[in-house]
Design a protein around this ligand. Structure first.
Ligand SMILES: [Zn+2]
Length: 184
C-alpha cells in the first residue's frame, strides 16, 4: 500500500490518518474494514498526506525540537489564564452556555466540545496569533448550536467571525510547527 502505513484496527466507526514528523503514516480503522477499503481511503487522502509529508520535509530538525515538560507546563498555565475569559466573551456574544473549560496537550486536535457541553482546548494555542486562538474558540462554541460541520454550522461561525476561513487555513498550514514538537 502507498506510504506503507501502520494500520491499527479497533472498535471504532471512523478512519483517522496521522503523519508523524519522521514521515510515518498511521491509520486507525474500524475492525471490519478490508485491505482494499483501507487502500481506497489512503488514495482519497493522498493529497493531504503528500502535503503533510512535504511540510515535514521542509522543516529543519531544529524546527521540530520537542517541547520540554517545563515549556508545556508554562504554556498550559498561560492557556488557563487566557482561554477561559475569551470563551466567556464569545459565549455571551453567541448566546450559548457551556459547562467547563479545560486545557489539554494533545497531538490530535486544537479544541473539542462534548455533548455534555464541556469544552477543551490545546495549550499550544497560546503560540498562535490571538485571532487564530479565537477562531478555535468560536468553532467549539458553535458546536453548542450545531454538533456537526454542516453549512449551517459554518454560517453560524461567519456571523461572529467573517474571516474565519483565513484563520482556519493558517492553522492548517502551520499546525505542524506546533503539534510536530509534541513528543508521542
Ligand atoms: Zn468541529
Amino acid at each position: 500500500m502507498k506510504y506503507n502505513p501502520d494500520i491499527i484496527k479497533s472498535n471504532r466507526k471512523t478512519v483517522s490518518v496521522e503523519v508523524s514528523p519522521d514521515g510515518k503514516v498511521t491509520l486507525r480503522v474500524p475492525e471490519r474494514m478490508t485491505y482494499r477499503e483501507i487502500e481506497k481511503f489512503v488514495e482519497s487522502r493522498s493529497a493531504w498526506i503528500e502535503k503533510t509529508l512535504e511540510k515535514y520535509n521542509s522543516l529543519s530538525d531544529t524546527d521540530l525540537v520537542p517541547f520540554t515538560d517545563e515549556e508545556l507546563s508554562q504554556m498550559t498555565q498561560k492557556a488557563k489564564l487566557i482561554i477561559p475569559p475569551r470563551v466567556e466573551y464569545y459565549a455571551k456574544l453567541m448566546g450559548v452556555s457551556y459547562n467547563k473549560v479545560s486545557v489539554r496537550t494533545v497531538k490530535t486536535r486544537w479544541g473539542s466540545c462534548s455533548s455534555s457541553k464541556n469544552l477543551s482546548f490545546n495549550c499550544l494555542l497560546v503560540l498562535t496569533p490571538p485571532e487564530v486562538m479565537d477562531s478555535v474558540i468560536v468553532h467549539e462554541l458553535c458546536h453548542l448550536k450545531e454538533m456537526n460541520h454542516s453549512k449551517r454550522f459554518y454560517n453560524e461561525i461567519y456571523k461572529v467571525m467573517p474571516d474565519y476561513d483565513k484563520y482556519e487555513a493558517w492553522l492548517k498550514s502551520n499546525s505542524i510547527r506546533f503539534i510536530g514538537r509534541l513528543k508521542k
